[in-house]
Design a protein around this ligand. Sequence first.
Ligand code: NAD
Length: 456
Amino acid sequence: MTATSEMLAGLREAFAVQRTRPYEWRRNQLLRLKSMIDENEPALLEALHADLAKSGFEGRMTETGPVLTELAHALAHLKKWMRPRKVSTPLVNQPGHSRIVAEPLGVVLIIAPWNYPFNLLITPLIGAISAGNCAVLKPSELSPATSAVLARLIPSYLDTDAFRVVEGGVETAIDLLDHRFDHIFFTGSEGVGKSVMTAAARHLTPVTLELGGKSPCIVDGTCDLDVAARRITWAKFLNAGQTCIAPDYILVDETITEDLVARMKTSIRAFFGEDPRMSDDYPRMINARHFDRVRGLMRDGTIATGGSVDEASRYIAPTILTDVDPRSEIMNQEIFGPLLPVLTWKSIDEAVAFVNARPKPLALYLFSNSRDVRDTVLGQTSSGSACVNDAVMQISIPDLPFGGVGTSGMGAYHGRASFDTFSHAKSILTKTEWPDPPLRYPPFTKAKLRILKWFQ
Ligand code: NAD
């Protein structure tokens, strides 16, 4: 028996003895998770700083804070989510009653990326716990400080018979995927998502894939350009652009392009000073490979602002690019770094056609106060989520399911959606034994058929 098989046998045993099912156990594990964050937030924020040079404020705002919000939401609603839902029972099955019971799936696997290494491992875990599952957690090897602190803390707060952290890289993930899980929740790139789904198919394991893509940000002349510039700049350069739902590129009405770019430059200066390299609030690229990749993409446009880099600290300045050819490399891969290409349109239909000619994005942003433009853009495009007159903030609403569509992913989580993702909705019909009319039993007669048609 390998170490992985042994670990999984232990988790299966804990699940089999019904340990994870009671409401009290789930609630207690969620409370323990909350204590883990409350008592160790400085260590968690330090690890995030070590991995990404994320400031303490940004770490709280985008990692520990949102997780605490999700936890509070789950604790407030768990009882209601667990309650069986009654549905109506048609006459044919009367007397009887029908209900839907949320059943835990069993042992689930959660694989996380490095860009929000705490949030993207723990938020799915909240769903797994709420729904009454055991879980194996695989943090990203590219954020080793966060991975190490989680591997240390989780076993000292959560039930070790039900939750295990497995640290490691690609080989570790592949070894885990060789085994059967009851659900796999993967956050990461499209390419690896395909490998995960292929591995899951061998065991017919259902998957949730939270992937990436190029999220467009459409801007028209009816919005408040100052606010739009500030919010886009914030959303794009948060985590130095290493955010799955960051605005990847801008599509702006050509008549206001210069105004928008000028205001975004002002916002960059206001946020990070004359030299963002000196700002404590501006993160770094995760590693040399991503640094080189993003630096290379800078060639694909005219630098309107930014453009400087420092290889030793993996710094890439917040950079706005104009004159970008839609066929260039930067427009054909997810940027995942602090480069913001600005493309223009003459009519909103052109912007919609541009979006629709590409794979369905994880998010779409629209800055507009025109009802017609909103209706056109939201009604004629498809994206995992959308946000009007802001960016990224849709992820912070627990009641809005978060997930992709098409190549940006499948399935969703956050709030109730997390509970549903990690549950099986079991349909149960309960009948009385009497009456038991002969209608459905052979021999079938014309008279019986007439009655059957009356019911159907
Ligand atoms: P990645 O796909 O390289 O890695 C993600 C995880 O998968 C890591 O834990 C890694 O160890 C593991 N992994 C790597 N290769 C594997 C393989 N062959 N088989 C199985 N597992 C493997 O992604 P990343 O670079 O860590 O993250 C960046 C990507 O994630 C971007 O595309 C981004 O858009 C996406 N992302 C999506 C969301 C979302 O919520 N939809 C959030 C954050 C990041």
